[in-house]
Design a protein around this ligand. Structure first.
Ligand code: SAM
Ligand code: SF4
Length: 429
């Protein structure tokens, strides 16, 4: 994508860790390609070096960015200011700890989640944005997502593609998936792609490995999001070149988990998430908000469990009640609950990357912007071919169902520019 800045590899340290430079800003990344050396120009995504680029091409792109980069930084700094006067003494005391980079206790997290006064919430979000700016500068990342199959052998009570739901099903062939990724990479410059599906065993290890190897050759950071599959499958995919995995634990409350995900356990899901980390995957995990029976204490536990799992990226979003699922009448989740959770996650794990999920965008058309101003710093663009996109209906009124990729990119880039964000990689934590 034109909205991406090449970096210069300036050092390679032990353990394949490299230091890259963006106009004087340094980031640590994993150097995972054989033919790179200090002095090369590269693209990094999710803290992983994904592609080397010719020097003349890099210099041309950097020439375009050299002024814009510093202008964007100024815009971001100007927006990230705080007006602390509106805070109650209790919230102020908690947030002073955040400023001093001290860990928050569970009661303190709860007290922030319980804030309801709009003036206080406004300040809470501003502080989260300020912490994001302090930790990551104006770096932000955009990933593409290809939803390649809506077949699922599971029956999660909230999900619009659960096995028992009567809905039209599709599977993209291996060639179609590779072609969709190539189109996104060649035409729009995507360098990180999430491959997501229901739990669909039609894609056996051989098919998945073929897809991963093909995308890896294109210099793409591949995020696998295929749910509960065997450890062996995830190991083979890592060996084939997948370097990132998205697997939410959904809720830290085992009772709620087992009610909503029949036949699966929280323990197994967490065990798999830990295994993914151990294999070396860049990990994205998190939870849903607004599940029936959930309390603020559960949300505090969700945030703390995410931190404990030490992901590279937090991924959480509201449950969207969906027609013809057992949770169709669940109350709508408020946008403030999601933004509060975002802000508190930023305080609890200040260095984290926090994704704005499509489910949040579904709540209303300003939610994405507000999330980016409440601690979030990563976005996803749906690049599933349009003929399939409306069939991946995990929830009703999903955002971006009809948008052509170039339209989504323009909208996203305009939004990020207006907030002063730059497409530099965030590096390793
Ligand atoms: N099948 C895989 C899995 O469950 O991990 C990946 C695909 S699944 C559709 C991706 C995520 O969608 C789940 O982790 C869940 O949090 C979310 N999801 C499912 N139904 C939802 C709903 N009604 N509202 C919001 N998010 C939902
Ligand atoms: Fe299947 Fe994932 Fe939906 Fe559960 S959330 S029914 S595993 S697609």
């Amino acid at each position: 994508m034109c909205y991406a800045i090449p970096a210069k590899l300036i050092e390679i340290l032990e353990g394949n860790i490299g230091i890259i430079d963006y106009f004087g800003e340094k980031r640590r990344i994993l150097v995972d390609l054989d033919d790179v050396k200090v002095g090369d120009y590269v693209y990094a995504q999710g803290g992983v070096l994904v592609r080397k680029i010719p020097e003349n091409e890099a210099l041309e792109i950097l020439e375009h960015w050299k002024e814009i980069f510093f202008q964007l930084k100024k815009t971001d700094e100007a927006i990230s200011t705080i007006d602390q006067d509106k805070l109650s003494p209790n919230a102020l005391a908690v947030l002073q700890k955040v400023n001093l980079r001290k860990s928050l206790k569970k009661e303190e997290i709860l007290s922030l989640l319980e804030l309801t006064d709009p003036a206080e919430l406004k300040v809470l979000y501003e502080i989260a944005n300020n912490v994001r700016q302090r930790e990551h500068g104006n770096a932000s990342c955009i990933h593409g997502i290809i939803e390649f199959s809506n077949y699922c052998s599971n029956n999660c009570l909230y999900c619009g593609i659960r096995k028992e739901k009567n809905t039209s099903r599709y599977r993209m062939s291996v060639d179609e998936i590779i072609a969709a990724a190539k189109y996104a990479s060649d035409e729009f410059g995507f360098k990180a792609i999430v491959l997501q599906s229901g739990e669909d065993l039609w894609y056996d290890d051989e098919k998945l490995v073929t897809i991963v190897k093909a995308l890896r050759k294109m210099g793409i950071l591949i995020f696998i999001s295929i749910g509960l599959r065997s450890k062996e499958t995830y190991r083979k995919l890592y060996e084939a070149g997948a370097r990132a995995a998205l697997l939410r634990f959904e809720t830290s409350n085992a009772e709620i988990f087992e009610k909503l995900r029949p036949g699966t356990t929280l323990e197994d899901r967490i065990d798999l998430i830990k295994y993914l980390r151990k294999l070396g995957y860049v990990l994205a995990t998190g939870f849903m908000l607004g599940l029936p029976g959930e309390t603020n204490l559960d949300i505090a536990n969700n945030i703390l469990l995410t931190k404990y799992l030490a992901p590279d990226m937090y991924s959480f979003g509201p449950l969207i009640p969906t027609q013809d699922t057992p949770l169709q009448d669940n109350p709508k989740v408020s946008k403030d609950l999601v933004l509060k959770t975002m802000a508190v996650s930023r305080f609890v794990d200040s260095n984290s990357n926090i994704l704005v999920t499509t489910a949040l965008e579904t709540l209303d058309n300003t939610a994405k912007r507000e999330a980016l101003l409440s601690g979030a710093n990563s976005l996803m663009i749906n690049i599933t071919p349009l003929k399939y996109r409306h069939l991946y209906a995990i929830y009703d009124n999903k955002a971006g169902m009809e948008d052509e990729i170039d339209v989504s990119i323009k909208e996203t880039v305009d939004l990020l520019y207006s907030l002063g964000r730059s497409p530099t990689d965030l590096g390793l934590k």
